[in-house]
Design a protein around this ligand. Structure first.
Ligand SMILES: [Zn+2]
Length: 230
């Protein structure tokens, strides 16, 4: 299929950031091709939420792929190690946390690039964020630019001079700014899921991701519509 620039692949996790990212892509006039990877994460409820978000945003297609990163391990999100709880902001920023999943964004973007080539999308929207996300190396701008260069060299589309742009509109925003932007775009926050270690259907309210989300809503001056176990 010939590439058509109005199509974009959105890496949709069912989380807050990827949902705001998708809403931005939609507002910019793109036809959305959602890609969700069920990677064996302990918070697999995300995948169901991604389906609900896809329906709410009226996507053109939603591909859900199973990829068992559990087999590789090395992360508290896919293994047995405990998810850190109740950490202060300073502590969260000290080092790469155990919730880092080895190679996750590298792997996800590679799959997104392959999907984009097939459906004729010339961009990927990706909810990476450098400020709040606890120093994950694969959420940095250097990584994103380097990935674009790799795709240019390693795909048929790239060789034919059709670039693939990786767009991360939230990259430099604080959580409260992301939330405010989401409110303007009428993002269905009640469908989104952020917790690394949910208690049944509810967010734990204590992991890094819950704490960052709760702080963001508080600073934005709005009530988080999801349920917490605390
Ligand atoms: Zn949590």
């Amino acid at each position: 299929m010939r590439p058509t620039s109005h199509r974009t692949v959105v890496l949709a996790s069912g989380g807050l950031d990827s949902t705001v990212t998708a809403a931005i892509a939609k507002q910019e006039g793109y036809e959305l091709f959602f890609l969700t990877i069920a990677y064996g994460q302990r918070h697999a409820v995300e995948v169901d939420r991604a389906r609900q978000v896809a329906a709410a945003l009226g996507v053109a297609n939603h591909l859900v792929m199973n990829l068992d990163l559990h087999a590789i391990g090395g992360s508290a999100l896919t293994g047995l190690a405990a998810v850190p709880k109740d950490r202060a902001s300073k502590e969260r920023h000290q080092s790469i946390p155990v919730t880092y999943v080895p190679g996750r964004n590298l792997i996800f973007l590679s799959i997104a690039a392959a999907h984009a080539e097939v459906v004729g999308a010339t961009s990927i929207y990706f909810g990476a964020n450098v400020l709040d996300y606890s120093g994950y190396p694969d959420c940095r701008p250097e990584f994103i630019r380097a990935f674009e260069a790799v795709v240019k060299q390693g795909t048929k589309a790239g060789m034919e001079g059709i670039p693939l742009h990786v767009k991360a509109p939230l990259l430099m925003l604080r959580k409260e700014e992301i939330i405010r932007q989401g409110i303007e775009l009428h993002v269905p926050f009640h469908l989104t899921h952020s917790c690394y270690d949910p208690v049944g259907d509810q967010a734990c309210g204590r992991c890094d991701s819950c704490l960052i989300r709760l702080e963001g809503f508080a600073k934005a001056g709005v009530v988080d519509p999801i349920a917490y176990a605390i």
